[in-house]
Write a protein that binds this ligand. Structure first.
Ligand code: ADP
Length: 159
């Protein structure tokens, strides 16, 4: 049984992330969405809120689980028996950072393989940070996140 972990901040989870989760779930026996508790960036949602938003977004996919974690990603991967690390790559913005992290992860855990999925064309420009900026300014991003995520964003940013 091949378990994959898809780690990230997911502040909040978007349709871009969900596209990766769905595609990974057709390849691996189990996909664990790992919500990193305190990343080095400013956050809108607490770790529990990010987990709950992600859980509701994947409730229809049988082999996907959402859990919070802290510390080094590959150590958490080992703990849950994941042999594969999944990441999404958008054109331009992600490659160098992902490459750097991949080499560091390989040094820390040579037994864990990284598999990157190319971002769906529809979501190439979508990032959680841009999403929050647009919603704060009153823009419509309804087709970029599930409805419950959109409602949570509006509640935090507008009301
Ligand atoms: P991190 O803080 O680890 O970068 P993110 O939540 O921003 O966490 O992203 C998690 C993963 O999802 C990363 O591999 C990122 O490149 C990928 N990702 C982010 N947005 C998209 C998108 N629109 N389409 C595909 N992959 C994405």
């Amino acid at each position: 049984m091949t378990v994959a972990i898809y780690p990230g901040s997911f502040d909040p989870i978007t349709n871009g992330h969900l596209d990766i989760v769905r595609r990974a779930s057709t390849i691996f026996d189990k996909v664990v969405v790992g919500v990193y508790d305190i990343p080095q960036k400013s956050l809108l949602f607490t770790v529990n809120e990010r987990v709950e938003l992600a859980k509701k977004s994947v409730e229809d996919i049988k082999n996907v689980e959402v859990v919070a974690y802290s510390g080094i990603t590959v150590e958490f991967a080992r703990k849950i028996g994941a042999k594969v690390l999944v990441r999404g790559l958008r054109a331009n913005s992600d490659f160098e950072r992902e490459f750097e992290m991949a080499l560091m992860n390989k040094k820390l855990a040579p037994d864990i393989e990284l598999i990157c999925f190319m971002a769906n064309l529809k979501y190439q420009f979508l990032s959680s940070s841009l999403l929050k900026e647009i919603i704060k300014l009153g823009g419509n991003m309804d087709d970029m996140v599930p409805p419950h995520v959109c409602a949570a964003l509006k509640k935090k940013l507008l009301y």
